[in-house]
Write a protein that binds this ligand. Sequence first.
Ligand code: UTP
Length: 295
Amino acid sequence: MIKKAVIPVAGFGTRFLPASKAIPKEMFPVLDKPTIQYVVEEAVASGIRDILMIISRGKRSVEEHFDRNPELERLLEHKGQQQELEQIRQISGLANIEFVWQKEMNGLGDAVKLARNHIGEEPFALLLGDTIIQSRIPATRQLMDVYAKHGGCVIGLEAVPQDKVSRYGIIKGHRLEDGVYLLEDLIEKPTVDNAPSNLAIAGRYVLTAEIFKCLERVTPDQKGETQLTHALQILLGKTPMHGMLLEGYRHDIGNKLDFLKANLLFGLEHPELGRPLREFLHELTARADDDWLGG
Ligand code: UTP
């Protein structure tokens, strides 16, 4: 039974500068909600209410987003804006969220290490705070179901185009059942020729507490960052590790193109905005290429 989730949101977000200089990328809105709210809602919809976020300087707005705002609530009540009031109240009541500070941003592995005290000996879910998975069944729930059946650790996977494998952590494994693999190896950013598959690590994990001991054994890379993938490689020799091809669409909000695509896809699904947005897209695609602003 997975009861706790860890969500790291402390990274600099250098791929999205200058927007991410003073605004955490995890607070960038996709449609009308900040990215981090989708991530927390996914954990809650998967049955998890105990959440630990790893934050850092300049990320206070993430904390504030999940806090209550009595003045705003009073104002909305006074103005009779009932729907907005409900939305605001619902955010602060979503889950029990605690925060731990990463003082130096020494990589995702280093951020996960900071969850050790909170997690204790239990297995837990890990959700990257800048990654939204748009799916019918919440992505973390999908992993929890595989964990309940097969045990060990479970890593969410996404099939990526073969020529793009060198951007990702790629798995080597054999198929246990439809969409589920027993992993033999994890290769960080392989060359196209050396990639054992096109299945990439997708920002969602169910891990055992043994990962913390493995993280202690990882030496930081040249940039001084502790890579989670290196700890997973150590863990792979000790405990069965499963990969699960997630049903859904992954959006890495730290990447500008993915951010645009996410807004578009969520917009197209919106009950009121979907239609006018679709019409606008038709209009755009019908125009000649040289008719664009900026030519
Ligand atoms: P990324 O791999 O996107 O790294 O982090 P980053 O440093 O935030 O972004 P870039 O590469 O410079 O653009 C994945 C998740 O892990 C968190 C990030 O906040 C993000 O949600 N993270 C990353 C930390 O919490 N601490 C770190 O030291 C690094």
